[in-house]
Design a protein around this ligand. Structure first.
Ligand code: BG6
Length: 483
């Protein structure tokens, strides 16, 4: 039976919405902005992956160039967010607006001014900004000239960018995150997420996994240094990790399946071990040895990781996975393209993402037991085809159901299980460009944006049914979940 009563959360709980600069700002060449990875990613679909072109080509479509024109429309959009009741708003700072190529020594003042104005406008609306520094939008120049995050020079470039942002915005932004879904790069398939996350373009003789471990290590160092810098600038700042939490269940109770799922979890979430505990797990050091991987890690690096552990764990949650051993014993190999199996107990979205509200509570407890840090759900949502009906509205009851079930699960994790949760920012509370497919029609929003995959349409914003439902949830601080 549907439970309509939730638990009332405390007054300081942050209820928000989440976006990323490249998926909604547009204005890809305005005010001195440089070219980011997202700017050279073409439109794709569920069946046709996005392609990265080396330059912008006339015969290709690049949806991130226009986003939903938030760059110009943010004052009216923020009013809508305030109307919904949000008290926080997660976005990212496009690195290329501040350092267009990434390797300059002086920041672009026009870019800084833009975010200063945006954050001021947030506060005017009673909304505190929550900011990710690197959300799949690093300068493309750093990919081409330096080989992305495999190059340790990027640590210097990133920490310069982070420092400039902390110095300029520390009075406006308390909660920060360094790298979005840093652990998604364990899932290698062309052209992303290894490229989206770490700017790696692989050569023929590259071992992708070794390259990934090295790039991730350099990101850990950059992240740890950023945490230290933030605290030196302002001890009130809170800097978090950001992982994509998709729990991996064993398909059956067969011991080999249980072990496989456990090892897969270790593999997919070692990122949190390093960022929250400040050290690599022993199994991974053994794994590198067995595979003859030479990851460049110095004693000084180990010290940096220890002294720069994150303040909290930000995470996205959309779905859970399931796996089975398929004859494997206990050697850890986990490959998301081949080792994931259908979970017969769960339904899927139109894009094949398994819907699992219980998994949210499971994942929160798993992370809490392991990392002992406050948590922040910075993405959760349901990508669906929405219909603008003849009455000029969008009746997205499927999305309301998804949110109902997930928010209830989250509240149980907080109130019954005692997890220290800072806030909840559902993904794409306003429709925007999908990161994986580049589509507009994969919509997550509670606010509809009248625009198609090619950027055509009036751009008009329309409140969906889920807008009014979430408004009511926030007004009751999570207690009234009825629909
Ligand atoms: C996360 C990302 O992977 O999921 C977002 O942090 C992304 O950038 C979101 O948009 C939903 O994924 P998609 O591919 O449906 O847009």
């Amino acid at each position: 039976m549907k439970e309509t009563k939730g638990y009332q959360l405390t007054d300081d709980f942050l209820w928000g919405g989440a976006v990323a600069a490249h998926q909604l700002e547009g204005a890809w060449q305005e005010d001195g902005k440089g070219v980011s990875i997202a700017d050279v990613m073409t439109a794709g679909s569920k069946d046709h992956p996005r392609i990265v072109t080396d330059t912008v080509q006339d015969d290709q479509v690049y949806p991130n160039h226009w986003g939903i024109d938030f760059y110009h429309q943010y004052p009216s959009d923020l009013k809508l967010f305030a109307d919904m009741g949000l008290n926080c708003f997660r976005t990212s700072i496009a690195w290329t607006r501040i350092f267009p190529n990434g390797d300059e020594t002086k920041p672009n003042e026009a870019g800084l001014k833009y975010y200063e104005d945006l954050f001021n406008e947030c506060h005017k609306n009673g909304i505190q900004p929550v900011v990710t520094l690197s959300h799949f939008e690093m300068p493309y120049h750093l990919v081409k000239e330096y080989g992305g995050w495999r190059n340790k020079k990027l640590i210097e470039f990133f920490t310069r960018f982070a420092k400039v942002c902390f110095e300029r915005f520390h009075n406006q932004v308390k909660y920060w995150m360094t790298f979005n879904e840093i652990n998604n790069q364990t899932n290698w398939h062309d052209p992303h997420p290894l490229l989206q996350n770490s700017g790696l373009i692989l050569e023929d003789d590259d071992n992708w996994e070794e390259a990934m471990f090295q790039a991730a290590h350099n990101e850990f160092l950059a992240s740890a240094q950023a945490v230290t810098i933030a605290h030196q600038i302002d001890d009130q700042l809170q800097v978090g990790a950001m992982v994509a939490m998709c729990p991996i269940y064993p398909l059956t109770a067969k011991p080999e399946d249980i072990l496989k799922a456990q090892r897969a979890m270790e593999y997919r979430y070692y990122f949190g071990d390093v960022q929250a505990l400040g050290e690599y797990p022993q199994w991974l050091l053994n794994y590198w040895k067995r595979h003859d991987y030479e990851i460049d890690i110095t004693d000084e690096d180990r010290q940096t990781l220890k002294s720069g552990v994150v303040d909290y764990i930000g995470f996205s949650y959309y779905m859970s996975f399931a796996t089975e051993a398929k004859g494997q014993t206990n050697e850890l190999t986990f490959d998301e393209d081949h080792d994931l199996v259908n979970n017969p107990y769960l339904e899927k979205s139109d894009w094949g993402w398994q819907i699992d509200p219980v998994g949210l509570r499971y994942g929160m407890n798993w992370m809490n037991d392991r990392w002992h840090k406050p948590q922040f759900i910075v993405e959760n949502g349901f990508g669906a085809y929405d219909q603008l009906t003849d009455d000029g509205q969008v009746h997205d009851d499927y999305r309301i159901k998804y949110f109902h079930d997930h928010i209830l699960s989250m509240e149980k994790a907080v109130v019954e299980d005692g997890i220290d949760l800072i806030g909840y920012t559902p993904w794409g509370h306003i429709d925007l460009i999908s990161a994986s497919t580049g589509e507009m029609k994969k919509r997550y929003g509670m606010i509809y944006v009248d625009q198609d995959d090619l950027g055509h349409g009036s751009g008009r914003r329309i409140k969906k049914d889920s807008f009014f439902w979430y408004q009511k949830v926030i007004a009751s601080r999570g207690k009234d979940l009825s629909y």
